[in-house]
Write a protein that binds this ligand. Structure first.
Ligand code: SIN
Ligand code: FE2
Length: 209
């Protein structure tokens, strides 16, 4: 997987940054996020250590990702409403599949979309996505709204992460040898984005079950 004419580039073995891949869908994606958030509001989950996360989260799909005092896991129901998470919109599913295929992972069928909302000052510390049942499927991450600095490191937490500027419409895919890469988001700078005002929205697609 090497860079091509459109500016896509490998950011590691099994990891690819697809510049602007979701630009054409950005407005429809944001509208869908608003509809989902009207049913299952964004909330600041509390980590097992007892700290509220600065990123606000909600989910759609068969399962949703959760943090609480008991740990990190996927659940079929939203504990806040007691109801199943809203279905994943077809647009989300298709976009994630196309992005995965473009990065070399054909047949990606996500069952979870974790939706992250960042306000200025919010950050996501370096972590691995490891609550999924098996790691053969990649992670597909779609950036919308305000730009952010993506930290993309290695399998070991101490591996020094690269800093990649992500703009609205950029998609990062990591799987295979990069599946357990540590990643995070640096403190979000203030700004104004056409679709989202002073927020960044991230869609993280996973095959959890
Ligand atoms: C995540 O790792 O869940 C989110 C990454 C991002 O916001 O780009
Ligand atoms: Fe993650």
């Amino acid at each position: 997987m090497t860079g091509d004419l459109f500016g896509d580039r490998a950011i590691g073995d099994g990891a690819m940054l697809l510049r602007g891949f979701a630009c054409g869908d950005a407005a429809a994606l944001i509208e869908a996020v608003s509809r989902i958030a009207a049913l299952v509001p964004f909330r600041h989950m509390v980590t097992p250590g007892g700290n509220a996360m600065s990123v606000a989260m909600t989910n759609c799909g068969t399962v949703g990702w959760l943090a609480d005092r008991r740990g990190y896991r996927y659940e079929v129901r939203d504990p806040a409403t007691g109801k199943p998470w809203p279905a994943m919109p077809g647009l989300f599913f298709r976009l994630a599949g196309k992005a995965a295929a473009a990065a070399g992972f054909a047949g990606f069928a996500p069952d979870c979309c974790l939706i992250n909302r960042y306000a200025p000052g919010a950050r996501l510390s370096l972590h691995q996505d490891k609550d999924e049942r098996d790691f053969s499927a990649p992670i597909v991450s779609v950036s919308l709204g305000l730009p952010a600095v993506f930290l993309f490191g290695g399998e070991r937490r101490r591996d020094r992460p690269r800093r990649l500027a992500l703009e609205c419409g950029d998609v990062v895919v990591w799987g295979g040898a990069a599946r357990m890469a540590h990643h995070g988001i640096a403190v979000l700078a203030d700004g104004e984005a056409p679709l989202t005002g002073n927020r960044r929205i991230n869609l993280t697609f996973r095959k959890a079950l």
